[in-house]
Design a protein around this ligand. Structure first.
Ligand SMILES: [Fe+2]
Ligand SMILES: [Fe+2]
Length: 296
């Protein structure tokens, strides 16, 4: 009997390689309130390429420091524990799909460009609401669609990059995905993070980024990733004059989004949406070097 799609993806998630040991160590140091910058340095030092990436990011234009950061310990002080954790998690997740990067494929590059734009949008929105550790929203956005990559690896013939990795996953497309593969990329992403022991808030953000109302938690993480996803899609697909009114464009792509925001008692304001969109367009131009550092 032919193995069902569900069984195949289950098996593939199970056999997906673990993340490097640095990840678990960094998470445990960051989540221990008694840890020092020295402890975090020790946890990262064995991973030389991670050290180099962190130094590059600490010295990047995004953090614009007049003096060059040359030691890991200083980089940790400059960026802070949360930001370091975000870099380690982002880079490790991206590297675990390294075999896909090698294809040097335009669709894959666009996929990461979209993911990175979503990461910037998530951070911009979280910062605007003064939510603690907005960097969580950066990583949530960066990896929100990794389930698609796992599907691509599991069903190389059927889950074609042309169809499934491009464009926004609207209600109709998600339904089609579930019908054809018995699971959606959002759920696959959540399962992967669960397997990797990521914090529950992040697992939920992935799992429910297309259905925030189903999230068991009542904070706005999934809904912010959902909006960030739409903003990223608008930024990278159209010119501003093609979009016209940002609010109408968002509502057209995700009907009911305003009501969902009200459900989470988040303010929905036309002006803010315009502002976030404009910010993301600008940040996107500055931040592309970070994506390159995270990915290689
Ligand atoms: Fe998605
Ligand atoms: Fe997306």
């Amino acid at each position: 009997m032919k193995e069902s799609h569900y069984a195949r993806i289950e098996k593939n998630i199970e056999s997906f390689p673990s993340l490097p040991s640095t990840v678990a160590e960094v998470m445990s140091v960051v989540n221990n309130p008694d840890s020092s910058a020295k402890d975090l340095t020790q946890a990262i030092l064995p991973d030389q390429s991670m050290c180099v990436a962190i130094l590059k990011i600490a010295n990047s234009a995004l953090y614009g420091r007049p003096k060059k950061v040359s030691s890991l310990e200083t980089a940790i002080t400059v960026l802070g524990f949360d930001e370091i954790q975000n870099i380690v998690l982002s880079r490790s997740v991206m590297n675990s799909f390294g075999s896909i990067f090698d294809r040097n494929d335009e669709i894959i590059n666009n996929f990461w460009d979209h993911s990175f734009t979503c990461a910037l949008a998530g951070k911009v929105i979280a910062e605007h609401f003064s939510i603690s550790s907005p960097g969580r929203f950066f990583i949530g956005g960066l990896i929100h669609d990794i389930g698609k990559l796992a599907m691509l690896l599991t069903f190389p013939e059927e889950y074609t990059a042309e169809k499934w990795l491009t464009g926004l996953s609207t209600g109709k497309k998600l339904e089609e995905e579930r019908q054809q593969f018995a699971i959606t990329h959002a759920e696959v992403g959540g399962r992967l993070l669960q397997k990797w022991n990521f914090p529950e808030s992040l697992t939920n953000a992935l799992n429910f980024h297309h259905s925030p109302l189903d999230s068991p938690e009542n904070h706005g993480f999934p809904i912010i990733v959902q909006l960030a996803d739409v903003l990223a899609h608008l930024c990278s697909t159209y010119e501003k004059d093609e979009i016209g009114d940002i609010e109408s464009a968002i509502k057209k792509l995700v009907p009911g989004i305003e009501q969902t925001w009200h459900h989470f008692t988040l303010p929905w304001e036309k002006l803010r949406l315009e502002m976030w969109y404009n910010w993301v367009v600008i940040e996107r131009q500055h931040g592309s070097s970070i994506l390159a550092i995270l990915a290689y």
